[in-house]
Design a binder for this molecule. Structure first.
Ligand code: HEM
Length: 215
């Protein structure tokens, strides 16, 4: 086993603040929506905590976004693959997670410094970070001050639409909080990817010569 540096410090800081923040947003969000379901705090306190964490995570998002925008690490999200190879790779990865892994097949993806993600991860992380997370933030900010953002409310089609989008995304992220760590646990040891998200270093097998570009 040798170690390669895959998660730079800004990404690690962003990730763990984001992960804990999302869990806190889900808990306080449920407390706001179902006042009597969890007795963690008062409705008013839940709203204040939810808003504060929401704004912290919006600021935190830009750590991730600006880091990738201004560093060559953006390449990890844009492997030099044709769209056909990209979708074929995603399908191969899905087959592995749904079937191959249970009969002991090797992971079709091989991590290297600029290929830390398989095509499926790369695609889902981009949809989440560039579409779903920003949409959750925008709808959250609009709901935070409906009067101030009356124009945006109208553009969306009414408060009900804004609230529904916010709640549907909440349901998605609640599922994601379980599925994402499960998939992240499918390494040579269950904790390997988690450790890497703390230390920055991923443990990989083989020699550098065996790193396959585009793999
Ligand atoms: C319980 C909470 C979470 C845990 C344990 C966790 C774990 C991990 C781990 C181990 C990785 C390393 C790469 C991988 O294996 O896929 C990772 C990457 C990533 N996670 Fe999470 N995660 C959590 C919550 C979240 C949330 C809430 C989001 C977004 C809403 C998120 C978005 C991402 C993204 C975008 C990456 C790739 C980061 C990069 O650009 O390098 N994670 N996560």
């Amino acid at each position: 086993m040798r170690k390669i540096y895959v998660h730079p410090l800004p990404v690690r800081i962003w990730h763990w603040i984001n992960a804990f923040g999302f869990v806190a947003l889900i808990v306080t969000g449920v407390q706001i929506r179902y006042v009597d379901l969890i007795g963690l705090m008062s409705f008013k306190a839940a709203v204040s905590v939810h808003n504060a964490i929401g704004f912290i995570l919006i600021g935190n998002f830009f750590v991730w976004f600006l880091f990738y925008l201004f560093s060559d690490k953006i390449k990890v999200y844009h492997p030099e693959l044709s769209p056909v190879k990209y979708f074929r790779g995603s399908f191969r990865q899905l087959q592995y997670y749904g079937y191959g892994i249970f009969k002991g097949d090797p992971n079709p993806h091989h991590v290297s410094a600029y290929h830390k993600f398989n095509p499926l991860q790369s695609m889902t992380y981009q949809i989440i970070m560039l579409l779903l997370v920003p949409l959750q933030f925008v709808t959250g900010v609009v709901l935070w001050d409906l009067g101030h953002f009356a124009g945006a409310v109208e553009w969306f089609g009414g408060v009900r639409v804004v609230a529904t989008v916010h709640v549907l995304l909440f349901i998605f992220f609640t599922g994601f909080i379980f599925i994402h760590p499960y998939l992240a646990s499918l390494a040579h040891t269950p904790g390997a990817h988690f450790k890497a998200m703390f230390t920055g270093y991923e443990e990989v097998e083989g020699t550098p010569q065996e790193e396959r570009p585009g793999a």
